[in-house]
Design a protein around this ligand. Structure first.
Ligand code: DQA
Length: 147
């Protein structure tokens, strides 16, 4: 089984009640359940973390390859646009990461158009709602198989 680290950044614990017009009605628990179902079919074991704290996210990324994770699926949420520390953590570990967003960050406010994280990721998926996570996990599964 390939171990995959899934990271949800700040405020994503509020999905389902947070700005429903932008992020939809699905809760984080429901998104995680969909990811778990896909992972089971594809011989992947997920470790899912949600944190509102930048340092905690940096710690978990920094530890990831030692903990034998094969890849990282991350929605850095607001840290996408602010965090050099999360970017540097991803750059520091020798495993691929995919960045995902529920909303299309390029169709929103100007300050969301810059991702500090995307340049150190294998790729970015943005704008497909909860399906962004599914597409991201599928992409990582293919990357691992082909590496
Ligand atoms: C988000 C987009 C970010 O700009 C925002 O800060 C979030 C959620 C998304 O999934 O669409 O919290 O990452």
């Amino acid at each position: 089984m390939d171990k995959i680290l899934v990271i949800h950044g700040p405020n994503l614990n509020l999905l389902g009640q947070r700005e429903e017009d932008i992020y939809g009605k699905m809760t984080l628990g429901e998104i995680n359940a969909q990811l778990e179902a896909l992972a089971q079919k594809n011989n992947m074991a997920l470790h899912i973390v949600q944190s509102n704290h930048e340092g905690e996210i940096v710690d978990v990324i920094g530890q990831s390859s030692k903990d034998d994770f094969k890849a990282i699926l991350i929605n850095p949420a607001a840290f996408t646009h602010t965090s050099v520390a999360v970017r540097d953590a991803i750059a520091a570990v020798p495993i691929p990461a995919v960045e995902v967003h529920l909303s299309n960050i390029y169709a929103r406010e100007d300050f969301r158009h810059t991702s500090h994280i995307a340049p150190v990721c294998h790729g970015q998926i943005s704008g497909f709602g909860p399906q962004s996570y599914i597409l991201g996990l599928q992409a990582l599964g293919n990357l691992i198989k082909n590496s």
